[in-house]
Design a binder for this molecule. Sequence first.
Ligand SMILES: C[S@@+](CC[C@H](N)C(=O)[O-])C[C@H]1O[C@@H](n2cnc3c(N)ncnc32)[C@H](O)[C@@H]1O
Length: 255
Amino acid sequence: MLLAASWTPWIIAAAAAIVIPWLLFTEFSYFGAGSIRRVYNGMSRNYNKKWKRKEYQSKELTSRVFLEPLRKALDDSTEARVLDLACGTGRTTFLLLSEAWFQGRIHALDLSPGMLAKFRASLKKLPTEKSERVSSAEANLIGWTAKEEAAFDAVVMLEASEFIPRPAPLMTEVLRTLKPGGLFLMTKPRGWLAWMYFSRKQRAGQLRALLESTGFQNVRLTPWSPRHDVVYAWKAGVAQDGQQTNQAEAASASA
Ligand SMILES: C[S@@+](CC[C@H](N)C(=O)[O-])C[C@H]1O[C@@H](n2cnc3c(N)ncnc32)[C@H](O)[C@@H]1O
């Protein structure tokens, strides 16, 4: 009894040494959406500094991993529409707006009013010709219902899938809101970050199976940063003869 009591502080200290770093690395997201909102409201002021990290600086990688697939999905039409899910302070939105070929419109959603405020402040610094092509709103992707069906050519969701405990309903909504032949481009945690979110079925095989069972086609993964892979998944398209086609196959055939 005495022995057990003398070990108790050590057991508590050991548990804290594991649990506290885990809570920090997972950004307290296991406490739910309210907690994530608070964390990102707090981080919003300095969040853009993250983009300056070396791992995000390769233009070649950004072009290959993001811009080329998006360009294939969007072309240079003014009708092109992109949905930026968990947009944060707008990394994907601003990347697209910086491309001369991108003439379309973007709708951006995020849980955190702080991140959205930063996003909108950055948007105000752009010429009106660009900023007026962007709309944004606060939304929780857990339990989210897309307002429009078959409306977007591409849906992007960067560095956010780890915050969605049960992603199946979200995938269904993404598929529904994509136009036929549209691209869903998301990231998934890799390596130690994937282990941190051990309960969230973020392994490649699990995610691929989930996307395919939702109805996506040609699911493909590619490494991006030390902590994330990029995942591409396509909604089946409809050819002029009414046959179902696959956009990814068409895109790779024309490349
Ligand atoms: C790591 S940041 C990524 C932001 C942006 N996509 C980027 O690449 O810079 C994660 C973002 O996901 C948002 N987020 C987390 N859980 C969310 C949820 N359930 N619904 C909507 N947004 C969420 C956070 O508010 C935060 O802005």
